[in-house]
Ligand binder design. Structure first.
Ligand code: 4NP
Length: 156
């Protein structure tokens, strides 16, 4: 499961942290690969935005060790799911799919009951409230995300 946003410093690292925690709580950490990337390359090598780090820590999700990277062709072979945060990210990810891609490119809100087709809004230029709203929306998608990867995890 690869989460993709624009900069890979606000939304997708938080999505990665939220989903990694949900997997860990179910003993699935080693079974499902989780990562995040940006369609843009401006923040490659940088840690997540301090506002995403803070809302994570406030909710028991530590994303401080993550570093930004850009979506790459190999990702379409390495991952079954590429999960885009908004419509722009989605269209970019679809348009960059190489031949032989195995990944399904989908939108995060496809996993959020009642919010299908909408965006996880970019909080970069707003205040801290926006980050909490992003966090809450990300959490709402966890049950369906877990269901999507259930078939991939070896059964105990
Ligand atoms: P993200 O937010 O896509 O959720 O990581 C952004 C981060 C940086 C920029 C835009 C959005 N930026 O323009 O640098």
């Amino acid at each position: 499961m690869l989460f993709v946003c624009l900069g890979n410093i606000c939304r997708s690292p938080l999505a990665e942290g939220v989903f990694a925690k949900a997997l860990a709580e179910r003993g699935l950490s080693g079974a499902i690969r989780v990562d995040s990337a940006g369609t843009g390359g401006w923040h490659v090598g940088e840690p997540p935005d301090p506002r995403s780090v803070q809302v994570g820590l406030d909710n028991g999700v530590d994303i401080r060790a993550l570093r930004g990277r850009q979506l790459a062709a190999q990702d379409y072979r390495d991952f079954d799911w590429i999960v885009a945060m908004d419509g722009d990210n989605y269209r970019t990810a679809v348009s960059r799919a190489p031949k032989g891609a195995k990944a399904s490119v989908v939108r995060y809100t496809d996993f959020v009951p009642g919010a299908e087709g909408s965006d996880v809004p970019d909080p970069y230029y707003g205040g801290p409230d926006g980050f909490q709203r992003v966090y809450d929306l990300l959490c709402s998608g966890v049950p369906r995300l877990l269901a999507a990867v259930e078939g991939e995890a070896p059964t105990a």
